[in-house]
Unconditional design. Sequence first.
Length: 369
Amino acid sequence: MSRRALAIAVLVLALPALAGAGTDGAGRAKARVTELARAIASANARLTGEVRNLEAADRRLAKLEEDLAAARTESDRLAAELRDKTRALADLRAAMAARDRALRDRARVLWRLHQGGWLRMLFGAATAGRGIDALPRQFAAVTYVLEEDRRWIVGRQALARAHAEATKELEQLKRVNDKHYGRLSAAQDRLESEQAARRQLIARLRGNRGALTEELERARADLSRILEHLAKVRAEAGRAQRLKGYFRRPVPGGVLEAFGRDASGKYARNGVVFQVRAGEPVLAAQDGVVLYSGWFKGYGQMLVIDHGSGLLSVYAHLQRLLRKAGENVLKNDPIAQAGETGSPDGPRLYFEIRRRGKALDPMEWIGSG
């Protein structure tokens, strides 16, 4: 039996007990979410060998990608701050240059007007026939000119201080940005190294299908025992049937692997596999409540949505989960980013629809619109 067929068989045993979650009370639904998470965690802990190695590699990659995304966000923030401070510094330089030109022009004008000094300007009023009574007004005018000059000079000094402070801040920010760029480059190198290691692991997995099959068979048996005690289905058949044709495609890509038996007729596929680009949005196929959001051996990062009336949808091999267990979602809401976690065959989205635990052909439930 192939790895994918066995992995799907594990989920077949898991899902029938979950299908009635949407019709129970809120307390029971919450308890079921908790119980499912505990059961899957227990099953994951028991799985060993190459599947565990693949999961560990996927987890490391997910953490590195998360760290790299955060580093890039910080890099963008620093770059924006650098641009802002550079523009502010340029504005200060322009203001200083304008103030310097104005001061030079003012000095030339004053020199032409008042050659001979301030005393000549002050007492020139008396000698011009206006008498001593003109002196207070002339003195006030001279005082105003001097005060205006002082204000211009003080303003120029303030601009110089602001320019010096802005230059200091810009240089400090450049040093911070240089250090951050070094950390960003190192994170990118670590990610590329981990991606190369994962590719080597995938090549080894493809050459050792027998051992992989045995590991998945043990996981299937373990998980089936854990999930036997979960609640029985209590579904509203009428509402479920009315939803047929009103589910949407979670991604726009074409179908890589169809529902049902493969070409050999030996293995049954309980869902469909869509072609995706790594990182593209995965959308909720219909309104519902997230029943599970996390890692599942053989599926990588997986999300299960309960639509009520015994209907579930399953999304697997996700790169990033955007919703948590217990959250309500609406049709068309982004719930994850597509990826290749748990997949030895590159980026893809595994998608199932189940009713009362029975796998259905998703394409029969997806509308044409």
